[in-house]
Design a protein around this ligand. Structure first.
Ligand code: IVH
Length: 698
């Protein structure tokens, strides 16, 4: 791990490298690699970024530039090498140094007590320590480091042989490409861990898929294991996988070296890996000297499982002492010194009663399963999207089927499969409509698409959905104008299209039931405020096919005014980062359509902001580039999140604690230890809220 001196030095080094070079290429390359590895570790392992995105990108580009100029200086563990070339063939099979066994499962306290009894018998002692850590619900991998360099990463496969997915493993930013094993005389080591996708990353990924008309991935576990097998490592890199290493399965020492003390217990071995820069369960794991305390911990942990940023399906309890582990041995299936404690399943069975067909904003007709209400993980599930006809056919679903339903954490519920063995012959086929259930237009299924569409763009269902999308939280964020109100206004002919939001007849709305003075004022204010939303939100709100939030930002950053997009052709669009031919075609099609242009003109007349301010330009002009901030105490002039956004907007960086790296501490009321520490340091400028506002608006 990095000492605080290391951290201070590397931080200074990063700042220096931003603006100057030593002139000695080798030295500069080394220094850049060192700070980028450090910044990656802070960001991906510690979740405490030390550099602003622009700063990181600048350093990365510098390193890339130098390596391009001096290709002989490129090494396999350079951070630039995470971005590898595509693979041409399927992944070669490789054998694991030690078979990747599975785990035995337990489901309750008594199971754990039985296991504890067996452990004490096998180990021949009552002096067993246990270590409990999360059971990550992802894809297991094993990685090998030789002479401190990551040389191989493989999937579990059948436990004996796995697939060599080294290039993809290297895309995981928290996986160190090299680590200081040689200091302990370790020449080769095989470590096991789990690749996962954090819940928020998964949700965002599915949002993007939905925007592109693709069906969402079922759960983070499938997403993680699927991603590891993608043939294009660049695509893997974009999916933002995470990893946790939880078991050293094998290591070789240089001749004459003794087993390091750090490798006497499981707990210490994970602390050791953590100290070398590996993400390990150090934050969550705990040691116990008896099984009753383990059981208590299991209960407490299960309550908190939804608070974790990743999915867990239980805890793994391991005997801590390695000498005892060796004594206990393993079966052909699992080690005897470890056991999984599985949390309550988030699955249930229910009856598929009927299927409804909903028309979305792009005319897509989505089958929605209505099931007998069933509680899963504290929520009653009644409705489940079936995405498209192919999904229904693949799963071979029938009306009347008993279905297995899963709902994991924040993930939307989905039907795993029908229980075909429970059919009695009364089940009925699901019939897809040939005409729009709302406007009766004949449905079409475009080639290469999985969805049926109503192509009548004036179909009331689509119009309403388009307005709902425009006003939604992630688009123009017009609170008080949710789906129910939009539908009501539409039915009463008070609202017929998106620009109509900006000239609602409030006198008429006032007469409707449920609309008091206050709710009208709130609605009016929310609508007015939305006129100032940044351009990326407007573009996202327009509901252009294949344009999700990220793509909307890309487009907004590329222009000064939305009207510039009227003249962009597909060729120009694909020149933007991440814009492929499909997106380009859709964007060009949208902006070339006179009706859409007319709608945009109307929005401008209503005073909606259609201008862009490039973020980097704003940041450069913001004048806080390279400055670090921390807020403490109760702020009374503004919300902390707003103030933090202002700092970042102007190029500043937020820190999470007081250290010599901190430039400004902004103090509200009842500031405590942070203020004391900053005063003691003497290098931090302490600002009141007013002084902060002056600084930021200067
Ligand atoms: S230890 C030889 N620790 O659960 C012991 N496994 O259901 C190796 N898993 O195949 C496993 N979190 O992929 C261990 N903290 C953890 C784990 C963990 C998840 C996975 C692992 C294993 C599966 C068994």
């Amino acid at each position: 791990m990095y000492t605080s001196q290391d951290e201070q030095r590397l931080y200074q080094q990063a700042k220096t490298l931003l603006t100057s070079e030593s002139g000695n290429v080798e030295q500069d390359i080394e220094a850049l690699r060192e700070v980028i590895n450090y910044a990656d570790w802070k960001y991906y392992v510690q979740s405490e970024p030390v550099l602003a995105d622009v700063e990181y990108d600048t350093l990365f580009k510098k390193l890339k530039g130098l390596e391009e100029q001096y290709p002989e200086q490129v090494t396999a563990d350079s951070p630039t090498q995470r971005v590898a070339l595509g693979l041409s063939e399927k992944f070669p099979a490789v054998s694991h140094l030690v078979p990747m066994l599975s785990l035995d499962n337990t489901y309750n306290a008594d199971d754990l007590r039985d296991w504890d009894r067996r452990c004490r018998e096998l180990a021949g002692t009552d002096q067993i320590e246990y270590c409990a850590e999360p059971k990550y619900d992802g894809a297991s991998v094993s990685v090998i480091y030789e002479d401190g360099k990551l040389t191989r990463g493989a999937t579990r496969g059948d436990g004996i042989m796995g697939e060599d997915v080294t290039v993809n493993i290297k895309q995981i930013r928290s996986m160190p490409l090299s680590a200081g094993f040689t200091k302990e005389g370790i020449s080769q080591i095989e470590i096991r861990g789990e690749v996962v996708i954090h819940k928020d990353v998964f949700a965002e990924y599915n949002r993007q898929r939905a925007a592109e008309g693709l069906s969402p991935l079922a759960n983070p576990r499938n997403a993680a294991s699927g991603t590891l097998r993608i043939l294009d490592p660049r695509e893997v890199g974009k999916r933002k996988l995470s990893v946790t290493l939880y078991h050293i399965s094998d290591y070789t020492l240089e001749r004459g070296k003794d087993v390091p003390a750090k490798l006497h217990t499981h707990y210490d071995s994970l602390e050791y890996l953590y100290s070398l820069g590996f993400p390990t369960p150090v934050r969550e794991m705990k040691r116990f000297s008896n099984i009753e305390d383990v059981i208590k911990f299991c209960d407490e942990f299960e309550q908190k499982r939804d608070d974790l940023p990743f999915e867990v399906d239980g805890l793994v309890i391991k005997v801590n002492q390695f000498d005892l582990q060796d004594r206990m041995g393993m079966t052909t299936h699992h080690p005897r010194w470890a056991v999984a404690y599985k949390f309550k399943a988030r699955q249930a069975t229910s009856k598929l009663q009927r299927v409804e067909f909903q028309v979305g904003r792009t005319g897509s007709v989505t089958p929605v399963a209505k099931i007998e209400p069933v509680p899963i993980g504290g929520v009653t599930v009644t409705s489940i999207s079936l995405f498209n006809e192919d999904v229904v056919r693949e799963k071979d679903l029938h009306i009347g089927d008993t279905v297995l339903v899963e709902r994991a954490g924040d993930v939307i519920p989905y039907i795993v499969k029908p229980l075909a063995e429970l059919r009695d012959g009364s089940e009925e086929k699901i019939v897809f409509p040939t005409h729009c259930p709302v406007c009766n237009e004949a449905l079409e299924r475009p080639e290469e698409e999985a969805v049926w569409r109503c192509i009548n763009i004036n179909c009331p269902a689509q119009v309403v959905e388009r307005i709902i999308h425009f006003a939604s939280k992630d688009a123009m964020d017009i609170r008080n104008l949710g789906g129910a109100n939009i539908l009501k206004f539409y039915d009463l002919e008070l609202l017929k299209d998106i620009p109509g939001i900006y000239h609602l007849d409030f006198d008429k709305i006032k007469q409707l039931e449920g609309f008091g003075e206050k709710s009208i004022t709130n609605l009016r204010t929310a609508i007015d405020n939305s006129k100032k939303q940044p351009l990326n939100r407007v573009i996202f709100g327009l509901g252009i096919r294949h344009v999700g939030e990220t793509m909307a930002k890309t487009l907004a950053n590329a222009v000064n005014h939305i009207r510039e997009l009227y003249d962009w052709d597909e060729e120009k669009l694909v020149s933007l980062e991440d814009v492929g031919p499909k997106v380009a075609a859709s964007v060009a099609h949208f902006f070339h359509n006179p009706e859409n242009r007319h709608m945009i003109d109307l929005l401008e007349k209503e005073g909606v902001n259609l201008e862009s301010h490039h973020k980097s330009q704003r940041q450069a002009e913001g004048g806080l580039l390279g400055k670090t901030f921390l807020f403490t105490g109760t702020l009374s002039h503004f919300k902390r999140s707003d103030a933090e956004a202002m700092v970042e907007d102007k190029g500043g960086t937020l820190l999470s604690g007081v250290s010599s790296k901190l430039n400004y501490l902004v103090v509200g009321e009842d500031a405590g230890s942070k203020l004391e520490k900053a005063k003691k340091l003497g290098t931090v400028t302490i600002l009141t809220e007013t002084e902060f506002l002056e600084l930021i608006t200067k």
